[in-house]
Write a protein that binds this ligand. Sequence first.
Ligand code: ATP
Ligand code: MG
Length: 400
Amino acid sequence: VRAGIVVTGTEVLTGRVTDRNGPWLAEELRRRGVDVGQVVVVGDRPDDLAAALRYLAGSCELVITSGGLGPTADDLTAEVVAGVQGRALRRDPDLEKRITAIVDRLMARLSVARDPEATAAGVRKQALVPGAATVLEPTGTAPGLVVTDAAGQNPPVVVLPGPPRELRSMWPAALEAPAVRSVLAAAGEIRQRTLRLWGLPEAELAALLRRVDDELTGLEITTCLRDGELEIVSRYAPAAEPAHERLLAAVRAEYGDQLFSDDGREVDELVAAALADRGWNVAVVESLTGGAMSARLTRALDDGTSVVRGAVVGREARQETSSAAATSMAQAARDELEAEVGIGVTAVDPADAPATTVHVAVVTPGTERRRTLTYDAPPALLRARVPTVAMHLLREALSS
Ligand code: ATP
Ligand code: MG
């Protein structure tokens, strides 16, 4: 079973806003056995939206849209979807009352001055429902819709609001709509497993995958190199579970030392969990990375607690530095801030050198690790790469 997603919004098309709905919906559908082959992004133009809907109708059993449900003139998704599905829009007076109540509450809370005429016009627009549609109750102000095709040719279209929180809280209701349920009922399970490796060139992994290729029938494997980490994602039907086991065994036999996660967990999560297990805190001294290291450690535990005792963020880079200096920084941070773990990041001023030399050190109660790396990359890239190196040094220190 295949689904297509249309993300609308000129702000997403132009990159001013990064799409958070397409990938989220694709993963939600994948977990229910629905394969998403394409996410199409269109601006706020009715013709482009209609063309995208017709295009996806040719290859999908379900289409989902995000955005364009607001009260303003450029919010035109409901109207366009109705047109493509051959449905007339009609007023839903009860829905209009419910939206009015929501808008009134919102206006009162925000204490904004309002123009009653303009507000009413906006609400009237949002309460226009295509014939035979299922209405999904607003989780912000806009209702969502599930619209089937009058001619029975096109797949049903689920129309969801753009703001990600609104879309996510409306999603369970969309899954319950009869037209969506009957599509999902036909879907089989699609499994997805992620392996993560550190310190392995992509070409070596590619060679291994080629060698064992005929044992991997039934797996759709994608590999991706991100900040020095190699990610192997394998998707398959339950019948191919033995093939996935063979993949895992082959990777483990060849690159057991580099394989740091076989259950999808990322390094930040592993490190934070290991630190929390021991009740250890971290102190950071970082130049060059401008707080990126401590920010990552702070984010790593999603229960709101932090393993960061404190951080000192220094100037961009120094004239002269060494890996011994990085270690002293880590030790000093640890002592000064009374943490169990110290991390030091320092770099040589790139103005004086063709490339940036970065020293990273991690000190724990029992161990001390350091790495020196040379990058020919802009500062923005280093702010992502260097903390990843430190995370892996810390992970190795915690697992030894
Ligand atoms: P509203 O009633 O807020 O207008 P809407 O359904 O019309 O709802 P949009 O106007 O398309 O939604 O988007 C509202 C805001 O939601 C955007 O300014 C943007 O910040 C956010 N948003 C919309 N689509 C996306 C997306 N795909 N990914 C991330 N954020 C998005
Ligand atoms: Mg909009």
